[in-house]
Design a protein around this ligand. Structure first.
Ligand code: CO
Ligand code: ZN
Length: 334
């Protein structure tokens, strides 16, 4: 599975520019589902036919990034954020644009080192010698994302864009292990523009009209030096979301996930996330309402160029989804 994760995370795909990621996912999953379609906002909706209730799983294809907004006479490029771009993670990181141009993120001289690192003081150095050269390489309105190679650290791995290519990889792997044998009418949806407001999830859920829905995404951890108190850690298993900033997960779904994990000896932990949310929040409020929840992969340094996670947690999430779909889930909404 590491090869698949490498391919997915190294692909270019800031919000609105998910095409390359979608193609990779389509090629990987097409033989393990009954049908696929791409909707008007670019969501890839795949269907594994089954009797019973409609269950939708969603993982987003887009990643955070930058968009260029101004070029000065010396060719330095100012930019705006695409989603939750953290200036503190970005200094001297490289960004790549759709045409392959690469730039380095620099910062105006700070007066004192204790001054905050602010977005408006950052610029991209594309290696241009003047405005004209820069404009040619990276015109205003160019979208970019971090450029960083996947690195296998053994049990743990690091890369950009685990948020949420790891969710995409988990669904692909689950589809492969399920071999189209499900006890629920199953949709695996790969959504667009999550990082800029859960947009693809909203429209694809309207179209699919699921009975219940689950997002697969990353969550933060409390296991690094002096971290904020949070009972989620790398290697602790798949995180079953209870609540985050945007959603109170349906307790029937939380309970079903817990009992599925227990029955199948799948390591799990419970997640309460104070900041951030997932596609589940948008899906929950589609049409007349959809009972929703989420399974998260614990991830350190989310929204940086070097996110870190544990492959055991990835495997636990895959097993949890497979076990969940192998049992008729109609009783959840009875
Ligand atoms: Co995110
Ligand atoms: Zn995410």
């Amino acid at each position: 599975m590491k090869n698949l994760i490498k391919k997915l995370t190294e692909a270019f795909g800031p919000s609105g520019y998910e095409k390359k990621v979608r193609k990779l996912i389509y090629d990987e999953i097409k033989n393990y589902v009954d049908s696929t379609k791409t909707d008007k906002l670019g969501n890839l909706i795949t269907h594994i036919k089954g009797k019973g209730i409609k269950v939708m799983f969603a993982a987003h294809m887009d990643e955070i990034g930058v968009v260029t907004s101004y070029i000065d006479k010396n060719g330095f490029i100012r930019f705006s954020n695409v989603g939750g771009f953290f200036p503190v993670h970005s200094l001297t990181a490289r960004v790549i644009f759709a045409n392959g141009s690469v730039g380095v993120i620099g910062e105006e001289q700070r007066k004192t080192m204790s001054d905050p690192i602010e977005m408006k003081k950052l610029y991209i150095d594309i290696g241009a010698r003047n405005k004209k050269e820069a404009e040619k390489l990276v015109p205003i309105g160019s979208f970019g994302c971090y450029q960083r190679k996947f690195q296998d650290m053994g049990q743990r791995i690091t890369s950009k864009a685990f948020d949420d290519r790891i969710g995409c990889a988990v669904l692909i792997e689950a589809a492969k292990r399920l071999k189209q044998k499900v006890k629920n009418d199953t949709y695996f949806v790969f959504t667009t523009q999550e990082e800029v407001g859960l947009k693809g999830a909203r429209t694809s859920a309207f179209d699919v009209a699921p009975d219940i829905a689950l997002a697969i995404d990353v969550t933060g951890t409390g296991d690094t030096p002096d971290a904020k108190k949070m009972a989620v850690e790398l290697g602790g298993g798949a995180a079953i979301k209870v609540k985050d900033r945007g959603i109170v997960c349906d307790p029937r779904i939380v309970d079903a996930l817990i009992s599925t994990a227990k029955k199948n000896n799948i390591p799990y932990q419970l997640e309460v996330l104070e900041r951030g949310t997932t596609d589940a929040t948008a899906i929950q409020l589609t049409k007349g309402g959809v009972p929703a929840g989420a399974i998260s992969i614990p991830t350190r340094y989310v929204h940086s160029a070097s996110e870190v996670l544990d492959t055991d947690d990835v495997d636990a999430a895959v097993r949890l989804i497979v076990a969940f779909l192998k049992k008729d889930r109609s009783s959840i909404i009875d």
